[in-house]
Design a protein around this ligand. Structure first.
Ligand SMILES: NC(=O)NCCC(=O)O
Ligand SMILES: [Zn+2]
Ligand SMILES: [Zn+2]
Length: 480
């Protein structure tokens, strides 16, 4: 039996914050309340002056991803370990089948890769093509494997991009199954065209990347995906919302009563597009991800989206490539592998820029770093809540602790840190995963292979309500 008593802290949940001790036993929270006694043999963590919060859930990572001719630096062990160092105790990663590859085959491959994880994890599965076997496999994944969300890339033409026919088929199937469709919203045809045009103008460096993926390209795809979801009466989740255009598309749809949810990345909240004009190729290329970082005005709109409740989760899209991998696009920005890190820094960056500036309360911070993702992907309250019976995935958060983020001190295997030199105030002092201390005052004790695959059952309430609404508002024929 292993037990930990976290004493003297302020428990922060998404709905309230209160002074209480937290007792864990065998991987679960068994008591939350004042003046708890430590059972014999329990370890005691002094949380005086600190917050005790649900461990972060990063609903968008890519560990060990084969992408654009190479594979990310962080695998499932190093990436989840880096997450634990930053207070993130669960990730939801992506199974991405090649077009024509069976979904089940790809799913089994990713499950194998993920066995080395140090923290708990789940998978969204991408639908990159369509036939009857895809439809059948979606059913197996939901009903037998605990996958309740499917991803659709509206970009990456000639690779994993979905056309509208696939979107419509897959969204319809997701509705039948009670699974959440999610989209990477960028118009891949326009990106393809603009990449050619920018290259033809002689712009071959990383500064061409944002020129080929302007906000309107993201806005068009977000509007299209939302419209398809509206017609089909299915909820939809838009990943890495980076700009005013797509944030407004979500806000408009929600104002019409549509169930649309939005995710925003720590990077898009804090980094602007000036990085692409850095004179050093490696520095500029290290920031190449899609959608790209945007002019500053977009950042404030994303914060307002989180504050207003029109955007719901914060993620990282953690997808690390090193300088030599990014060098594949030395003469052509379109060949630079897309992706940046952040799983280790998300919590601290969102706290520092969100809570320390008064944009978010500590409870709102918990909502956007864990509880909302847990609710949207049906993990709540097992995850995302400090309550009796929940998993003992916790972070003890020191609001006065400070550190300067850097590639030199990060645990992530990438050789670059997009938050380099940023000093953040508010950092984890302790992280607990499955009731074990895995990070203590800078000492990372992550263990390879102890992370568990977490099954996420199909949805009920949102989907039942959407179906009921469709029935109530159904068109009727005139009886003549
Ligand atoms: N975001 C990115 O640039 N790389 C990972 C794949 C994706 O999420 O689009
Ligand atoms: Zn994406
Ligand atoms: Zn991604």
């Amino acid at each position: 039996m292993s037990s930990i008593l976290i004493r003297g802290g302020t428990v922060v949940n998404a709905d309230q914050a209160f002074k209480a001790d937290v007792l864990t036993q065998d991987g679960r929270i068994v008591a939350v309340g004042p003046d708890l006694q430590a059972p014999a043999g329990a370890q005691v963590v002094d949380a005086g002056g600190q917050y005790v919060m649900p461990g972060g859930i990063d609903p968008h990572t890519h560990m060990q991803l084969p992408f654009m001719g190479t594979t990310t630096m962080d695998d499932f062990f190093t990436g989840t370990a880096a997450g634990l160092a930053g207070g993130t105790t669960s990730i939801i990663d992506f199974v991405i089948p090649n077009p024509q590859q069976s979904l089940m085959e790809a799913y089994q491959t990713w499950r194998g890769w993920a066995e080395k994880s140090a923290s708990d994890y789940g998978f969204h599965v991408a639908v990159t093509w369509w036939d009857e076997s895809v439809k059948r496999d979606m059913g197996t994944l939901v009903q037998q494997e605990g996958v309740n969300s499917f991803k659709h890339f509206m970009a990456y033409k000639n690779a994993i991009m979905c056309d509208d026919e696939t979107l419509v088929n897959s969204f319809s199937r997701a509705l039948e199954l009670g699974a959440m469709p999610t989209v990477h919203a960028e118009n891949g045809e326009l990106v393809f065209l603009l990449q050619q045009q920018v290259l033809d103008r002689g712009i071959t460096g990383p500064e061409g990347h944002p020129l080929s993926r302007p906000p309107v390209v993201e806005g068009e795809a977000a509007n299209r995906a939302i419209a398809i979801a509206e017609v089909l009466n299915v909820p939809i989740y838009i990943v890495h919302v980076s700009c005013i255009e797509s944030a407004e598309a979500i806000a408009r749809a929600r104002a019409r009563g549509q169930r649309v949810y939005g995710e925003v990345l720590a990077g898009h909240l804090t980094i602007d597009d000036s990085v692409y004009r850095h004179p050093d190729f490696a520095t500029a290329a290290a920031h190449v991800m899609s959608p790209p970082f945007r002019p500053k005005a977009h950042q404030e709109a994303l914060w307002r989206g989180l504050q207003s409740g029109n955007l719901h989760t914060t993620a990282t899209d953690h997808c690390t490539f090193c300088a030599s991998q990014k060098g594949a696009g030395q003469d052509n920005f379109a060949k630079i592998p897309n992706g940046c890190g952040g799983v280790e820094e998300r919590m601290a960056v969102v706290w520092d820029e969100g809570v320390n500036t008064g944009r978010l309360t500590p409870s709102e911070f918990v909502a956007v770093t864990s509880a909302n993702a847990a609710k949207l992907f049906n993990l709540y309250p097992q995850k995302g809540s400090v309550s009796v019976g929940a998993d003992a995935d916790l972070v003890v958060w020191d609001p006065t602790g400070s550190k300067t983020l850097s590639a030199k001190t990060q645990f992530s295997k990438g050789d670059f840190n997009v938050f380099e030199g940023r000093t953040v105030t508010g950092i984890p002092s302790h992280t607990l995963s499955q009731g074990k201390l895995v990070f203590v005052q800078g000492d990372l004790r992550a263990q390879r292979g102890v992370g568990r695959y977490v099954k996420r059952p199909a949805f009920n309430a949102n989907f039942t309500a959407s179906k009921l609404r469709a029935d109530v508002t159904a068109q009727t024929a005139v009886k003549r």
